[in-house]
Design a protein around this ligand. Sequence first.
Ligand code: SF4
Ligand code: SF4
Length: 216
Amino acid sequence: MIITELKPIQDIVDSLKNYSKIFLLGCGECATTCKTGGEPELLKMKQDLEAAGKVVSGMCIPSAPCVAAKLKTELAKNMEALRESDAVLVLACGLGAQSFKDNDRFDLTVLPACNSMFGAVMDSRGNFYEKCSMCGECVLDVTGGICPVTLCPKGLLNGPCGGMDKGKCEVDKDKDCAWVLIYKELEKKKKLELLKEIRRPKDFKKSGKPHKLMMK
Ligand code: SF4
Ligand code: SF4
């Protein structure tokens, strides 16, 4: 899931200074889970914007605004409110905001209420952990399922740097060195021989942006 945080309300109000009628767009997936773009957050945003002298012309929460079909279904129910709006404030990630821009029939100004932070897994207590940097060339098969590209600040592929100290990372002493975790995991699985193979540098062309994947 994409992790988002709400921008400070004053920054949001400042970004809306040239617009008076604002439509709010949330997200029923990631941003709802992050508590940045679900119903309570949209209602609070409405309250804050009205206190700042804005008119909230309408709001909707598509189940996944980054998916055109789901976004368009909700937008179709809100055509009148959208037609009257000066701008759309998106309480979702940058994908949701740009998906709206791609599918907006009124060419409205699109403004982000959130900062998109990282892709993460969520544990059973609701904490988020970045685990994958989407490098386009996965090495989890040889690292015991632990990602060195993401967990090692240097993204090293062939074992720890010289700064590792008592299992901790030299960049952040509170964190375990990714390569110590990988070693322990491979040792547990009796797969230490995987470490004898030298990994070639990653082909970072595969993580060049912008990506696209055509399905037809
Ligand atoms: S190696 Fe790490 S960053 Fe690359 S795809 Fe696999 S999990 Fe993601
Ligand atoms: S100590 Fe380990 S995790 Fe930290 S930068 Fe060096 S190799 Fe990477």
